[in-house]
Ligand binder design. Structure first.
Ligand code: 5GP
Length: 139
C-alpha cells in the first residue's frame, strides 16, 4: 500500500507543497511543530535510511539545505533542527524516508532535542571498539 506521502506525491490527498522536482518533494508537515515545519521526501518510496540509496538521500539533503535557507528567509528562523526518524524505536511513524526541517524561534524551543550524555560511563577502550566496529562494517 502506498504511504501517505506517496499519496501526496500522486495528488490523491492534499498538501501544501513548497518544492518539487523529478526526484524530491517538500511540503508542510501537517503538525506544524513550529511555524514552517517542512518535510523533504524522495518521490520513490524507501522505508527508511537503511533502504534509501545514498544518491537519493544526497539529493534529499541538497533540497533540505536549499529549503532551510528559504525557511530562514521566510520566517526569520535563525535556528533549525534537521531530523530524520528511522525505525519505530526512533519515533518514525510514516515509513517513507523523510527529513524534518523544524525551525526554532525562541528559548522555549531549545531543549527539545537534548541527548543523553554517556561520556562518563565509557572507557577509552570502549570508544575504540565502537569506532573499530563501524569502520569494519564500512569496508
Ligand atoms: P515521523 O514521525 O515518521 O518522523 O514523521 C511523520 C510526519 O508526517 C509527522 O510529523 C506527521 O505530522 C506528518 N504527517 C502525517 N500525516 C500527514 C499528512 O497527511 N500530511 C502532512 N502534510 N503531514 C503528515
Amino acid at each position: 500500500m502506498p504511504s501517505i506521502f506517496s499519496k501526496i506525491i500522486l495528488r490523491e490527498i492534499p498538501a501544501h507543497i513548497v518544492y518539487e522536482d523529478d526526484q524530491v518533494i517538500a511540503f508542510l508537515d501537517i503538525s506544524q511543530a513550529t511555524k514552517g515545519h517542512t518535510l523533504v521526501v524522495p518521490k520513490v518510496e524507501y522505508k527508511d535510511i537503511f533502504e534509501v540509496p545514498e544518491k537519493t538521500s544526497s539529493r534529499v539533503f541538497e533540497v533540505a539545505t536549499k529549503l532551510a535557507k528559504a525557511i530562514q528567509k521566510a520566517f526569520g528562523a535563525h535556528a533549525m533542527n534537521i531530523l530524520s526518524n528511522n525505525g519505530e524505536y526512533a519515533g518514525q511513524t510514516v515509513f517513507h524516508f523523510h527529513i524534518h526541517l523544524i525551525p526554532r524561534y525562541d528559548k522555549a524551543d531549545e531543549n527539545l532535542f537534548k541527548l543523553k550524555n554517556n561520556q562518563g560511563n565509557l572507557t577509552p577502550d570502549e570508544y575504540k571498539e565502537r569506532a573499530r566496529l563501524i569502520k569494519e562494517a564500512l569496508s
